[in-house]
Design a protein around this ligand. Sequence first.
Ligand code: GDP
Length: 307
Amino acid sequence: MVLAQLGGSISRALQQMSNATIIDEKVLNECLNEITRALLQADVQFKLVRDMTTNIKKIVNLEDLAAGHNKRRIIQQAVFNELCKILDPGKPSFTLKKGKPSVVMFVGLQGSGKTTTCTKYAYHHQKKGWKPALVCADTFRAGAFDQLKQNATKAKIPFYGRHVLSESIRLNLYTESDPVKIAVDGVETFKKENCDLIIVDTSGRHKQEAALFEEMRQVSEATKPDLVIFVMDSSIGQAAFDQAQAFRQSVAVGAVIVTKMDGHAKGGGALSAVAATKSPVIFIGTGEHMDEFEVFDVKPFVSRLLG
Ligand code: GDP
């Protein structure tokens, strides 16, 4: 994972600073420059990096620090805290309650890993005693329903959806092609069946486009989700901020899941997505399989990152 490289570079910068005989402004600036370089290389948005180093300089005012203070520790702690701050928007995500139906809507671009993540999320909660159900409101991508159906069947999770129109014509099936209607029908069906976690998978497109955002807005308005989760491929790099912000402008994103953290992604996009949506990362995807899914906690993550 390239994130390990980022952690390695930051740790090295801190170590070099620690090794200096005297820690003066020059040593601190060199250390912060190294950290800036490492974060930019990992695709963290420039503004976030600049704000972070400004904050660290404010906290670590060398002239004000009394002679007896351990400057090394103060700098290290400031770097740790600032990294945590970027990843922690300061408000927790919505908490699901067992036995009470919650609707969770997933949004994200096509290929981000949204459908896979819906099942992982359902499976994770099923193991913890929830009664999840999956609704496929993706009527745009041919095969989306079959993919969800296949995943859901494997995990023994109930599902609801329809083939997209072109497939239905080919298969000579009558079908409903309005994603809003499918989403609403699916949610109603599973509420009647006393499912307490109803997950709505939505369409994605290859790129951010007005029709997609309008559809997300309509599905959200009709199903009134308790939580909207933005799914982001960790390899999208510097595009993360704009993409996350675009989704947040059409639906009330309340949490982020970053996928493909097992790949060669630089991972910095996760930090940008948090900043853009002001929502926490709640899980990360670490592989294609159902159980390759981890709860995301900021402090252990940053500790691990810094080694
Ligand atoms: P969607 O178009 O957003 O619904 O994306 P899919 O769920 O179909 O996923 C696109 C591809 O990414 C599939 O080949 C998935 O198996 C793969 N994928 C999803 N999540 C992960 C992950 O965390 N790690 C890896 N390596 N692959 C993933």
